[in-house]
Design a protein around this ligand. Structure first.
Ligand code: HEC
Length: 111
């Protein structure tokens, strides 16, 4: 009987992870990590202030016509055949939606 417990614990954990992802709650600490990643890692191609470089500008006006879902999919899967890489291994789906929303709103320190 006791030998069944670890696998039960793992499936409860897996369920908690899955439902956590569905809730789309991102901690304040993770939000600030994501903002740093946006300016540093994404900024490496899209420009330090996200106004374009190797990658196109990610300013609100430029991406307004695209839905959050489409932008999040680009962030997660990249654009094949271009330098835009997939970020699925570093950014969770709900985090990509959060980033897409942030980009559409514009960063607070952006003029
Ligand atoms: C290695 C360079 C590179 C990095 C790093 C990079 N991108 Fe890109 N990104 C590109 C390129 C190039 C394109 C344009 C692809 C195309 O031609 O459609 C692009 C396109 C995009 C688009 C679509 C823009 C539009 O107008 O359709 C979004 C959104 C985007 N990137 C977000 C991000 C985010 C968020 C990150 C960081 C998590 C990131 N990118 C990191 C190169 C990069």
């Amino acid at each position: 009987m006791a030998s069944r417990l670890p696998s039960l614990a793992i499936s409860v954990f897996a369920f908690a992870m899955a439902s956590g992802a569905a809730a789309a709650e991102i901690s304040a600490a993770r939000e600030s990590e994501l903002k740093t990643l946006l300016l540093h890692d994404c900024g490496a191609c899209h420009g330090m202030t996200l106004r374009g470089g190797l990658g196109p500008p990610l300013e609100p006006a430029r991406i307004a016509w695209q839905s959050e879902e489409v932008l999040a999919a680009v962030i997660l899967d990249g654009v094949p055949g271009t330098p835009m890489p997939p970020w699925r291994f570093e950014i969770a789906p709900e985090e990509a939606v959060w980033l897409a929303r942030l980009l559409k709103q514009g960063l607070p320190d952006e003029s």
